[in-house]
Design a protein around this ligand. Structure first.
Ligand code: 0HH
Length: 205
């Protein structure tokens, strides 16, 4: 199998969950930094004029969540049981309901919007706490799925934004710690490459 290529800016952003999926599953990939010549060289070549894009041989895979689903299906990280797949889909959509407002706060409205955004989080965490507690599994499903990397990365961004914000939600906190302590992810997150990579493109976090 040829090496995957991840086209993205040198930030965590919407590329980070993809990186976690590659790293945690030992999948070979290379980063293509589109930052230098984005407008002149890369934008027009991307299916939607945006990144992340993963190249799998001749195939251009675009849209971050579609990329995650594609890799999940290819590498046995998307449950085949409809109810288990539903859990994974529900959590990914819930994550997106948080990530969207996060991005819309971080880029154009950080100073004015940060406090209100942080105040909106406990309600969102409580839903997550209830579901994860009720399902009672170590991951969203019985084994790790693509959505675990998406949820973990989102929680990580939120913990950076508001340290301690998940501490009142024991199931969510234990879940976050469990994913963070997976050996390949832990090693990757201790690397200089990871530590030096900004969370977002404008330096806000
Ligand atoms: N729905 C898409 C998805 O989920 C949204 C992708 C998207 O917004 O995949 N992509 C943005 C980049 S993410 C994009 O392609 C934000 C990262 C910003 C990094 C800035 C540069 C940092 C330099 C160090 N934007 C470019 C564009 O739309 O032209």
């Amino acid at each position: 199998m040829s090496k995957y290529q991840l086209f993205y800016f040198p930030v965590r952003g919407r590329g980070q969950a993809i990186r976690y999926l590659f790293v945690d599953n030992g999948l070979d990939y290379e980063e293509i930094d589109v930052g230098g010549n984005w407008a002149t060289e890369y934008k027009s070549k991307m299916p939607f004029g945006q990144v992340p894009v993963v190249k799998d041989g001749d195939l251009d895979v675009a849209q971050s969540n579609a990329i995650m689903r594609y890799l999940g299906r290819k590498h046995d990280m998307y449950p085949t049981d409809p109810v288990e797949a539903l859990k994974v889909d529900m959590i990914l959509d819930h994550s997106e309901d948080i990530r969207g407002p996060y991005v819309r706060m971080i880029y154009p409205n950080y100073e004015a919007g940060k406090d209100d955004f942080i105040k909106s989080l406990p309600e969102k965490f409580q839903y997550l706490e209830n579901l994860l507690k009720n399902w009672g599994t170590d991951f969203i499903s019985s084994k790790i799925s693509f959505a675990d990397y998406s949820l973990f990365d989102l929680l990580d961004d939120l913990v950076i934004l508001a340290p301690g914000c998940i501490d009142d939600f024991p199931t969510v906190k234990a879940y976050y710690d469990r994913i963070a302590s997976r050996p390949a992810l832990q090693k990757f997150r201790e690397s200089e490459e990871f530590k030096n990579m900004p969370v977002n493109g404008n330096g806000k976090q």
